[in-house]
Design a protein around this ligand. Structure first.
Ligand SMILES: N[C@@H](CCC(=O)NCCCC(=O)O)C(=O)O
Length: 272
């Protein structure tokens, strides 16, 4: 396969969980399927030494930050843990927060969902409510407890799409219905972020990174990956993300050309 036919590679940082007391790096299948729907190749990334992040980004055409039941550790926005019963994932924070800063600096296409939305805000200098539902004037944005996924991921509230932003340009609507499965939420928005959508209680539900308006750098609090193929709004976002990754892929060859050894026939598809 020659490079122009190669699919863009999208980094998907893993979560860290214990299965039968053994540590694992994991990523939700619905997120990886969403990256495939964008026409890209997902590459799940485990905990990585800071010195190796640039090498990872040199081979990437985009980054997809997934949701997770774990919370961003509040020490990253100078707070103590509010509810110690809720799960944390400091290993994921240690990977994603610096990775996000490096990716944004490179102008790498970035699509972030739920926890990914939250960690992008924190990585760039913002802060979070640790319990949105306890804030005066804000609603409970958590999913109903103990419900099966079709109920937990069902649309539950509208969001108002800000006029003139990336999201409006992609969706062409002033309001859309979204699902909601989060207890943390944006408290202060990081510098350089543009609000793209808000919930009826005023909570920020989407933002873009203004650094390079021509590039796709969109973060949403809801879950567009849920049954994405049947959701035209989700597919519009995924297609735009995939197109941005393809454009970056083309430019990357100029910046980081494939080593000579990778240009020989050994790359040819063994089936041909
Ligand atoms: N823990 C954070 C982020 C919530 C989140 O990402 N929920 C989705 C979890 C399951 C999935 O990956 O679909 C918060 O509570 O705000």
């Amino acid at each position: 396969m020659n490079r122009s036919e190669a699919k863009p590679i999208v980094l998907v940082p893993a979560c860290n969980v214990a299965i039968n007391s053994h540590p694992f790096h994991v990523a939700g299948k619905k997120y990886l399927d969403a990256v495939r729907l964008a026409g890209c190749l997902p590459l799940v990334v485990p905990s990585t030494a800071l010195d190796d992040l640039d090498q990872l980004l040199d081979m990437a055409d985009g980054i997809f930050l997934t949701g997770s039941p774990s919370n961003v550790h509040p020490s990253h926005f100078d707070e103590a843990v509010h509810n110690p019963a809720l799960p944390l994932d400091p290993e994921r924070d240690a990977l994603t927060l610096p990775l996000i800063r490096l990716a944004v600096a490179r102008g790498l296409p970035l699509f972030a969902v739920c926890r990914g939305f939250q960690e992008t805000n924190v990585a760039l200098g913002g802060s979070l409510h640790q319990a949105v539902q306890e804030q005066p004037g804000l609603h409970d944005h958590r999913a109903p407890e103990g419900q099966p996924p079709p109920i937990a991921y069902a649309d539950t509230h509208p969001v108002q799409v800000m006029p003139g932003g990336q999201l409006e340009a992609l969706l062409g609507h002033s309001h859309i219905q979204v699902n909601s499965l989060h207890g943390q939420g944006v408290k202060t928005l990081a510098p350089g972020l543009r609000i793209e959508a808000v919930a009826p209680d005023g909570l920020v539900e989407a933002f873009s990174v203004i650094a390079d308006a021509s590039r796709f750098a969109l973060c949403v609090q809801w879950h567009p990956e849920w049954q994405a193929a049947q959701n035209p709004h989700s597919m519009a976002l995924l297609r735009a993300f995939g197109q941005a990754c393809r454009e970056y892929h083309g430019k990357r060859d100029q910046v980081h050309p494939l080593p000579a050894l990778l240009k020989n026939d050994s790359l040819r598809d063994p089936e041909t």
